[in-house]
Design a protein around this ligand. Sequence first.
Ligand code: ADP
Ligand code: ADP
Length: 226
Amino acid sequence: MTDVILEKVGKTYLNGFQAIPSVDLSIEEGEFIVLVGPSGCGKSTLLRMVAGLESISSGTLRIRGEHMNNKEPAERDIAMVFQNYALYPHMTVYNNMAYGLKNRGVPKDQIEEKVTDVAQMLGLTELLQRKPGQLSGGQRQRVAMGRAMVRDPTVFLFDEPLSNLDAKLRVQMRVEIRQLQRKLGTTTLYVTHDQVEAMTLADRLVVLNKGKAEQIGTPMELYNTP
Ligand code: ADP
Ligand code: ADP
């Protein structure tokens, strides 16, 4: 089943700059799509339009068949993980993960079950009472992922989530993200400028250049390497 459809989606910023002329992309349910390309090619713009953080200037975005162009971020059933973690510094790990669910009025016992469960999966059980300032970079990134995962979203969006980590941790987290995504089966759109990261993670890659999808295909098709 096709989960996310971009039909001739374009973005012109208020200053008149056309960041994305027109992109067509169909993402299957459970698929891991990586958007790759040089700095400034429009990766974040595209991701933010899917998230609803940036308006869509032209074309149509559909998720599970539903027209999304004018829906607020909260109505899109999407969870996003950022490069800078964007955790609440004054809240415990537990409350960082629980925050979105509390806001949506999910009952307390369900929140506790979900947070406990996801914390277990991410190896955060012992850290639930700490605050972000008392965690390593890798642990913080796990909390950011946990916060996205507890919501059981239709779509995960990742915006260069590993860029702030050192090389060793980057490889480790990359493997973990892929394992978790496979296990959950959540449709994923992942942005990176790192080609190796892109090739290792992707079911299919979208190579963006100056706002255009120059190539779309599996790592095999694009780079001829298994
Ligand atoms: P990437 O994520 O690939 O680095 P971006 O999507 O951030 O690229 O940016 C794509 C292009 O759009 C760049 O040329 C950038 O300067 C421009 N851009 C980004 N945000 C704005 C904005 N708010 N107003 C005008 N131009 C923007
Ligand atoms: P509040 O909503 O005011 O934070 P809670 O009763 O939800 O109050 O939580 C109180 C404290 O207990 C919070 O700091 C939270 O981190 C922690 N907490 C609640 N439930 C759990 C749990 N199952 N495991 C770990 N910590 C928990």
